[in-house]
Design a protein around this ligand. Structure first.
Ligand code: ADP
Ligand code: ZN
Ligand code: ZN
Length: 739
């Protein structure tokens, strides 16, 4: 007889609920099916986890409908999500929601898009006869591309009004095109020929190919210096997997920041590639998802959530820049996509390839203890040298007194001279400063207070263009005040520096040069990031200024000089990963230099170049940094020598928050006796964000299930003890940030 009940995971609930199968509504249920179930007075979407012959309780209700005739996810994915629910201590129903595209279950009509094409007159027109500059540019563009989607034209900076003008003159036509919503627009396919592998690449590719052919779970860490040709390795391994009839998942940190990477895959594999990223509409995302599920596309490329891509038979999973902290989801379900990718590979018996020029301490440690196999690309392509790195040491004279004008410039004279030099040789320059805004503080000389956000425990950043003080954690902004709100003094000054100020300074110093700035303030609009990179590629811009955004894997062969300004700023963050982050940042930014045929040069302008994170980065010495960092981690018992769970309490009333944190700390001290330590409760370093107070308790334990089980039991005990009113508990397993 068929099972008559199912256990269903519902978002927001930790426990599964039993429902009866009404044969009419659901003849053939399987794990992974989406179902509609009555829950209290409403109907909820739930996900079938298991089929069963008996219900746990009497009088269970019936399922009322199906989201889709087919299961929404494969049995392998159900297993992965179950593992995640247990490991990250979250609701399995919430995980289904995280893993599935938003459009699912809704009837999405195919999208029509506007396709712009030149008419015969438009094609034949003598451009000199046309007055509008923008219209001329548009025609040139359309001639080159042989027509384009309207949205792609906008991304390329061409206005719809110019399109309209051409249509009115009979030079162009616009029609609705029913398409599979191809989201690759804006990304050109880089066809190019396939390069011959270097010897080092060949060794690596051979290892991977053999592993993919043999099948089974094999984890690799590829440590390849910047510019060593990791992407080509990924492409070859992907080809090998396709040849074996296997599918491929490729994760990148932030896909909107890596159009070149996507273009290389699209160029090599064409329609086999489905791109999943946050810039897609629900409909586009759903289309790509279905192309993967149906097998029409066999390579999924995307950020974090693409780890759930519904490829049918994964034989290879690639995680590029595996050290990148954006793989950690910090809202909702706190999962780490790299770690989930490893588990997925394990569950489906696939090869997994983690790649980075600066591997995370955890992953490298896993190669040392034999869990992962280490592959290396120790040299750049064509024996191009690693860029020469020099330190420009800044004196500490600035402290405690007013600065002389020449001391307040952000770019030191020595760096300025180098910029002159590289510009004179027709090359491009990258200047890195990891702070946005103009000034970082409005500081009172009399009482020492700086302007703070009323909702967050953080200083406000001054923006000169908009003449506003803005908070980087909430939406608060205000005009700068004339008097100190603390003591009434007039003696205020703006100190600290950000990319906006750097841009002003650079513009004043090199007025004849085109400059681009890339940070979160300049790239909030769609396509803005792409335009900046395109402007660098075409040579239009000569100097690029940016925050860590510029460090993310761009291949900018024209850049020969990189100036890294005050990289040690991040060392002071109260976080045990701050040295690792700083090392990664310097190495990655420095790695942008000299990727073309001309060797590169890097100048690091720093106050504290003796710090080991800075020192090893200057020497391109990953193993040296790793060894030193590992000693520090071991002494303090931090990962990889322990596992951490961060319990964060949030609420508007500070006493209630502190009390909740205190009660959990007590419970955990008992629960973790013999298998873990309890640190705290303490206010979080960022004590207040968006008007909510934050306290934290850090749990530290040994790897393995004993610690996890006890933490889970402790949390259940806390929740049963009567939830503290108005206090939210966030559980962050393997936290990436302790702020
Ligand atoms: P990484 O990701 O390791 O920093 P990339 O994959 O971006 O490096 O490669 C650096 C450059 O070298 C790219 O322009 C790439 O096209 C080129 N390249 C890679 N492999 C080869 C090869 N075997 N022969 C020639 N050029 C190559
Ligand atoms: Zn004051
Ligand atoms: Zn704020």
């Amino acid at each position: 007889m068929k099972p008559r009940y199912v256990a269903v995971a519902v978002p927001g609930l930790l426990k599964f609920l039993d429902y009866a199968i009404s044969t009419a509504a659901a003849p053939d249920l399987r794990p992974g099916h989406g179902v509609l179930v009555p829950l209290g007075r409403r109907t909820a979407v739930g996900y079938v986890i298991t089929l069963k012959d008996r219900a746990e309780v009497e009088g269970v209700k019936e399922i009322t409908g199906l989201v889709d005739d087919e299961p929404l996810v494969s049995p392998e994915m159900v297993d992965l999500l179950k593992w995640m629910a247990d490991y990250y201590m979250v609701s399995l129903g919430d995980l289904f929601r995280t893993a599935l595209p938003a459009g699912i279950g809704r009837d999405l009509k195919p999208l029509t898009r506007k396709w712009v094409e030149l008419t015969d007159e438009g094609l034949a027109l003598d451009l000199n006869s046309l007055r509008g500059k923008e219209q001329r540019r548009l025609i040139e563009f359309l001639r080159e591309k042989k027509g384009q989607f309207l949205s792609a034209l906008e991304d390329a900076g061409l206005s719809p009004s110019a399109v309209k003008a051409l249509v009115e003159k009979g030079l162009a036509t616009v029609r609705d095109e029913v398409t599979l919503r191809s989201p690759q627009h804006g990304v050109s396919n880089e066809k190019g020929k396939i390069p011959t592998l270097t010897a080092a690449q060949k060794t690596v590719v051979d290892r991977l190919t053999a592993s993919i052919k043999n099948g089974g779970f094999v984890p690799f860490l590829l440590h390849g210096v910047t510019g060593s040709g990791k992407t080509e390795v990924y492409l070859r391994a992907t080809a090998a997997a396709l040849e074996q009839g296997k599918d491929v998942v490729v994760l990148v940190p932030e896909i909107s920041l890596t159009p070149q990477f996507v273009a290389r895959f699209a160029g090599r594999f064409g329609n086999e590639v489905a791109v999943l990223h946050s810039g897609l509409s629900d409909g586009e995302r759903y289309d790509e998802w279905r192309r993967l599920r149906s097998g029409a596309a066999r390579i999924a490329i995307g950020a974090r959530s693409a780890v759930f891509a519904p490829v049918r038979n994964p034989g290879l999973i690639i995680v590029d820049e595996e050290h990148d902290s954006s793989y950690k989801q910090e809202e909702g379900v706190h999962y780490h996509a790299r770690d989930v990718a490893v588990v997925r590979a394990k569950l489906c018996g696939a090869t997994i390839l983690l790649g980075s020029a600066t591997p995370s301490i955890e992953s490298y440690h896993n190669t040392e203890r034999g869990k992962y196999t280490l592959l290396t690309l120790p040299e750049r392509i064509d024996h191009r040298p690693m860029p020469e790195v020099r330190v420009v040491e800044m004196g500490r004279q600035a402290e405690g007194r007013r600065l002389k004008a020449e001391e307040t410039v952000l770019v030191a004279p020595e760096v300025q001279a180098a910029v002159d030099d590289h510009l004179a040789r027709g090359q491009q320059v990258l200047l890195f400063l990891n702070r946005r805004g103009f000034n970082t503080f409005l500081f009172c000389n009399d009482c020492g207070e700086s302007a703070r956000c009323p909702n967050c425990s953080i200083s406000l950043t001054f923006y000169k263009r908009s003449h506003l003080l803005r908070c980087h954690y909430c939406e608060h902004s205000a005009a700068p005040h004339d008097l100190c709100p603390q003591c009434g003094s007039h003696n205020l000054r703006l100190i600290g520096h950000g990319t906006e100020r750097l841009e002003d300074e650079v513009e004043a110093r090199w007025p004849e040069v085109s400059i681009a700035r890339m940070d979160r303030d300049t790239t909030s609009r769609k396509g803005a990031h792409h335009r900046i990179i395109a402007g660098m590629e075409s040579g239009e811009h000569r100097i690029l200024i940016g925050t860590q955004m510029v460090a993310k894997g761009h291949d900018l062969p024209g850049v020969t000089l990189v100036g890294i300004l005050f990289p040690e700023g991040t060392l002071n963050l109260p976080d045990f990963r701050s040295a690792e982050r700083t090392f990664q940042m310097i190495t990655q930014v420095a790695g942008r230099a000299g990727r073309g045929e001309t060797p590169g040069e890097v100048l690091v302008q720093a106050f504290n170049p003796e710090h080991y994170a800075v020192r090893h980065a200057l020497q391109h010495d990953y193993p040296g940094f790793y060894a030193e960092e590992l000693i520090f981690r071991k002494e303090l018992g931090y990962p990889p020598f322990s596992r951490l769970v961060l319990l964060m309490f949030r609420g508007v009333k500070e006493e209630a928050v502190a009390e909740a944190a205190g009660s959990v700390a007590e419970i955990m001290k008992k629960a973790l006796k013999g298998c873990g330590e309890v640190l705290g409760p303490v206010p979080s370093p960022l004590t207040r964000v968006r008007g909510k107070y934050r306290w934290q308790v850090i749990l530290k334990g040994k790897e393995g299930t004993a610690f996890r089980r006890q933490v889970q039991a402790g949390i259940v005990r806390y929740e049963q003890s009567g939830r503290k009113h108005g206090v939210e508990l966030l559980v962050d397993v393997d936290p990436q940030s302790l702020m």
